[in-house]
Design a protein around this ligand. Structure first.
Ligand code: ADP
Ligand code: AMP
Length: 215
């Protein structure tokens, strides 16, 4: 099964992708994580996208489509993929449809995590994650069980993102509404959209996604 998790920054895509990976052994493809990894390892592309990401703008379609194209050729993609943070523009959505068709895969569902802007500031400013396994936490709604130690892998490498501040979030939300939210109508028109209440507690969102995927 190949699915897209759609929603603004802070909607809970990474959190729910993590749940799906643990339960269904699917592969999470997060373009945000891939771009951050390129920055950390200091590649030429990583250096080129750094300023754009820090401003909360979108990097070019060409770069992220290239990343997804390459990742889909990996062995792990055959067991099912969760697209997290991709596609973010109509051009990326069209490119994804072409890539999947060319590789003989299908897109099975698009789950929109519907939230409102007020909830997002609190979610983004309280977010931290494990630098080793990628598990996502929150200062108040979902802290680690033992302070400073990842519940899933035991790492103490817990990090906050440089772009998780109110200024960058404002820009990222603007980008979402201008460029990504048209994808809701696009996938609705294709009969692939399933809407889940992303404001519900994490476990309820998880159950709603399971129900949406078994429909
Ligand atoms: P996204 O990947 O869509 O940007 P995340 O999964 O990183 O969003 O979630 C953003 C923050 O909100 C994290 O700190 C996470 O722990 C928290 N969070 C996620 N889902 C919920 C929820 N249903 N209720 C409360 N907090 C949540
Ligand atoms: P995210 O981790 O999904 O919040 O993404 C962090 C940043 O990476 C975004 O603000 C963009 O600058 C960039 N980015 C991630 N995915 C995409 C994408 N599909 N298209 C364009 N830019 C992206």
């Amino acid at each position: 099964m190949n699915i897209i998790l759609l929603g603004p920054p802070g909607a809970g895509k990474g959190t729910q992708a993590g749940n799906l990976v643990r339960k269904r052994e699917m592969l999470q493809l997060s373009t945000g994580d891939m771009l951050r990894a390129a920055r950390t390892s200091g590649t030429e592309m990583g250096q080129r996208v750094a300023d754009v990401m820090d401003r909360g703008e979108l990097v070019t379609d060409e770069i992220v489509i290239g990343l997804i194209d390459e990742a889909l050729d990996g062995e792990k993609a055959a067991g099912g993929v969760i697209f997290d943070g991709f596609p973010r523009t109509l051009a990326q959505a069209d490119a994804l449809a072409e890539l999947l068709a060319a590789k003989g895969h299908t897109l099975d569902a698009v789950v929109e995590l519907r939230v409102n802007d007020e909830a997002l500031v609190a979610r983004i400013t309280g977010r931290y994650s494990c630098g080793d396994c990628g598990a996502v936490y929150h200062d108040s709604t979902h802290p680690t069980k033992v302070a400073g130690v990842c519940d899933h892998c035991g790492s103490t490498n817990l990090k906050r993102r440089a772009d998780d501040n109110e200024d960058s979030l404002r820009q990222r939300l603007m980008e979402y509404y201008k460029k990504t939210s048209p994808l809701v109508g696009y996938y609705h028109a294709k009969g692939q959209l399933r809407v889940v209440d992303g404001l519900a507690p994490m476990a309820d969102v998880e159950a709603a996604i399971d129900a949406a995927l078994s429909r």
